[in-house]
Write a protein that binds this ligand. Structure first.
Ligand SMILES: Nc1nc2c(ncn2[C@@H]2O[C@H](COP(=O)(O)OP(=O)(O)O)[C@@H](O)[C@H]2O)c(=O)[nH]1
Ligand SMILES: [Mg+2]
Length: 494
């Protein structure tokens, strides 16, 4: 820090060297000044390092954003699986009930689909079983006789339906026990809420949306803990009498062969195909794992936990101390959010002081509609959301990493013959293969970012299938490095 003297500055005159100074006096003065400067610089340095160390000790803060079912929670699980193995292992068995619920839901969805085609039961196979009554309630009523169906259903199908009846109650019990995260959002025909415009994130949060703001410190653990509590053998009077997790396991084991028979049945497959129902692409799909899951000693694997679907409500906060990687010993704070349109206003308070945003766009959804608003194309919604996140002034200096997710499903969909241009007319006559399609979508995202970023910002993008833990681990190590670099750079700038 050189000192300059300005003749016009009255303060400079005071600091200026005496006019009649001898060379020896000058040397002594300069030495003293240099020493003072050195001490001062040293103190500055120490303070800066202390501040940096303090900042470095602060958790790395990452916000996961994207529409509902884009893969946010799955990405979070991958972080935990890769970097916080201990916490992961402790939690794994608690996911058993979630996987069981996912499977039961798959089977009930199959039953729903074929029931619509079957018409009412033949009198012979009808029973007064209460499960059946309820099932009939949930079906659209249809005046039809068994001979009415265009599909060759037999007595065997009616029998399967009857024998799988208890799964209705199992689903309901599990949903009640796991709490509201266990149920999915229902389609609504109500007009989309106000927060769907291009830049909803910088204004005040409309009052009507504030009620969706939920802050929880334990995220999915709240659902898992309920199950752990209920199945942990605690002799607590709060333990429900009518729910027994071993009963769920038992019913599933008893239904194993019937569930398999239903899923593998050619007529059932035909019904699915004619109705364009792609079970394999639905959330929490476990029908190909019946043999493994519907057993009395089932324990979830890492993959099961990654693929299990539990809806995220509000904004949930997760703390992990990373055990490996460049940030070993460092705490990461990750925020997972509910992605449905009505939940998005609750994101804003988290934009402040975030090291990075990971934004997920499920590119396989180019021909799908939002669950919460059937009129809106899911890719279109992702573009809009990306535009408002990129354009947010609160996030202007934050690193944003885009995951074009569900690449595996995109490949499957294209291979089955679905044409992108039917849903995205601007795609035109380009080749309908995954490489061309992802490149096209990627350019669109890049262009939106370029136009909306309040100040220039690098465009980081990864093509991901976050249910594939191995390839995701590679992606995450790149992401980890980038986020960490930014985190440290910010600390130095303090
Ligand atoms: N096949 C496939 N499924 C995925 C992928 N990412 C997420 N999923 C599934 O999609 C569903 C929704 O994912 P989730 O992480 O809960 O989405 P969120 O609502 O954004 O948190 C879950 O059943 C996931 O297993 C992917 O890349 N490929
Ligand atoms: Mg989620």
């Amino acid at each position: 820090m050189g000192r300059s003297f300005d003749a016009d500055d009255p303060f400079s005159a005071v600091l200026a060297p005496p006019p009649n100074e001898t060379p020896a006096e000058k040397a002594a003065r300069e030495k003293k000044e240099a020493e003072a400067r050195r001490v001062s610089d040293e103190i500055d340095d120490m303070l800066r390092q202390e501040r940096a160390a303090l900042k470095k000790k602060r958790p790395v803060r990452v916000l996961l954003l994207g529409q509902s079912e884009s893969g946010k929670s799955t990405t979070l699980k991958n972080f935990q699986l890769t970097y916080a193995r201990k916490a992961w292992a402790e939690e794994r068995s608690s996911w058993k009930a979630v996987v069981q619920l996912n499977l039961v839901r798959n089977v009930n969805a199959l039953l729903d689909t074929i029931s619509r085609e079957m018409g009412p039961l033949s009198p012979r196979s009808q029973s007064p079983d209460s499960d059946m009554e309820e099932e009939a309630d949930s079906m659209p009523s249809r005046e039809a006789s068994p001979g009415d169906s265009p599909f060759p259903f037999t007595e065997h199908h009616h029998l399967l339906k009857l024998r799988l009846g208890p799964l209705r109650r199992i689903q309901r019990d599990l949903e009640v026990r796991l709490g509201s995260s266990a149920t999915e959002v229902l389609p609504s025909s109500a007009p989309a809420s106000e927060n769907t415009s291009a830049a909803p994130f910088d204004g005040p949060v409309p009052r009507s949306q504030q009620e969706f703001y939920v802050r929880s410190n334990n995220g999915w653990k709240s659902a898992l803990e309920k199950i752990r509590f209920l199945s942990g053998g605690k002799s607590d009077e709060r333990r429900s009498k009518d729910f027994d997790s071993s009963e769920v396991t038992e019913v599933l084991a008893e239904c194993r062969e019937d569930m398999k028979a239903l899923w593998e049945d050619p007529v059932v497959r035909d019904v699915l195909e004619k109705n364009k129902v792609r079970m394999e692409e639905s959330s929490g799909f476990f029908l190909n794992d019946i043999d493994r899951i519907a057993t009395r000693d089932y324990q979830p694997s890492d993959d099961d936990v990654i693929r299990a679907r539990l809806r995220t409500l509000g904004v949930q906060e997760y703390r992990f101390v990373f055990e490996i990687g460049r940030t070993a010993g460092h705490e990461w704070l990750m925020f997972d959010v509910g992605g449905a349109r009505t939940s998005r206003a609750a994101w804003v308070p988290y934009f402040d002081d975030i090291d990075a945003v990971i934004f997920l766009a499920p590119v396989s959804a180019f021909d799908e509609k939002l669950a919460e608003d059937r009129r809106v194309n899911r890719l279109e919604d992702s573009y809009l959301l990306w535009k408002s996140i990129s354009g947010s002034k609160l996030l202007a200096k934050t690193q944003i990493i885009l995951f074009l997710n569900k690449i595996d499903l995109l490949e499957k969909k294209l291979a089955s013959g679905v044409q992108v241009r039917d849903s995205v007319p601007s795609f035109g006559d380009r080749a309908n293969d995954a490489a061309t399609v992802t490149k096209y979508f990627q350019q669109h995202f890049r262009e939106i970012a370029r136009q909306s970023n309040p100040e220039p910002r690098p465009f980081f993008v990864h093509l991901t299938s976050v249910v594939d833990t191995k390839s995701t681990a590679t992606t995450l190590s790149i992401v980890e490095e980038g986020i960490l670099r930014d985190h440290l750079r910010r600390a130095d700038l303090l």
